[in-house]
Write a protein that binds this ligand. Sequence first.
Ligand code: HEM
Length: 413
Amino acid sequence: MSETTVGARPDLAGFPTARDPRCPFDPPAEYTELRAQEGTASLSCPVGVEARVVSRYDDVRAMLSNPQLSSHAAPSTHVVAGGQLDRPVSPGSLLHMDGPDHARLRRLLTPEFTVKRIQAMRPYIQRLVDDHVDALLAQTGPVDLVSEFALPIPSLVICELLGVDYADRDRFQRQTAVLIATNSDPAALEQANLEVVGFMTQLVLGKLAAPGDDLLGRLIVRARESGQELSVEELVTLGITLLIAGHETTANMIGLSTLALLRQPDQLEALRADPGLAGTAVDEMLRYLSIVQFGVLRQATGDVTVGDETVKAGEWLVAVLSAGNRDESVFPDPDRIDLRREATAHLAFGYGIHQCLGQQLARVELQEVFARLHQRIPTLRLAVPFEEVEFKDDALVYGVKALPVTWDRAGED
Ligand code: HEM
């Protein structure tokens, strides 16, 4: 299939992306207006499509559970000019598969992400968080919480999940850090991409020869036993999908939620006083921050009804997860953080057949960070003025580029 890149439609209003710098945790103000409007607005996305913007909670859920809306041709981000539509989809690219092919692969993977399986990883994750807090505490000056804490923890969790040897974990972390950095130059990115594909191919070939007791090993055995053997290409793409989907998202949530909590001392104090609050706190922060900030794109494969409107085959829709998560008819006082709120029905993990496969794992990682970081470093604070913190305004996944922090150290005034 050919790759097409088309320009934005000048006759339509553009998809809003600018946030109010006074509260960079709130989605663009236009989303509130879009939610209040009758029907759906058609806006121009820089990637080159006109898309109907779905912003109310119920409509987002209805849209994402409609089997006639496809992810196949959808570029992973619609708000970036020069993106590609109709990009060829690699076998194993779960996010861009539909129907029975998607269901088959997802069914093979689901046993790896059950609550029981993920709970079994909790002790490892607790140790990892504690080790990284120890490493922070051993440092003297201000520390960048993103590079020293938020990025390495999810990266090592993915290593554990995929069964990467301990000896290879440093190299793996260095390569993937370049891959997901927003400021990597194109040559470094290309190089890192080649290295990660090479690394994953070696890993997959090793597991095919001798499947171990880890996600890839068990997946290979499960697929063989059910007569659905997976190719090297499918396994490599799957491994890389898990790596990217699980690393960047969780890392951004750790950095951004730490900053948001530092700005809400009453809520942070409640969490410090009762680490048991981490369970509800994690879902509330996922709702409030909705880091997949511009939502997800789908294309109609037949005429479908969304809300009261008919959408014709070939038309595009965007489900704006961050707008749905601030819908006051579902979440009263939606712009307020309330760590006691029961917010598990939020849309931050998407909805429907593509709903985040790794959500239990993300929750456990974030719960352990929430429960331990602020308990163990109770005087944690920003080391720079808030206005100097840089946000990832244009990135598919929202977050902070760096988070310089400091704390009171023994012996200091
Ligand atoms: C899908 C968000 C962590 C693996 C998704 C989707 C969202 C999302 C919104 C749906 C995309 C769509 O409908 O097009 C998040 C957030 C995370 C997180 C906010 C952390 C805070 C993880 C982790 C993993 C993971 C830790 C695994 C290690 C996946 C996979 C899919 C997915 C494999 C594709 C599922 C499918 O297409 O069937 N995620 N994710 N995610 N996520 Fe996550």
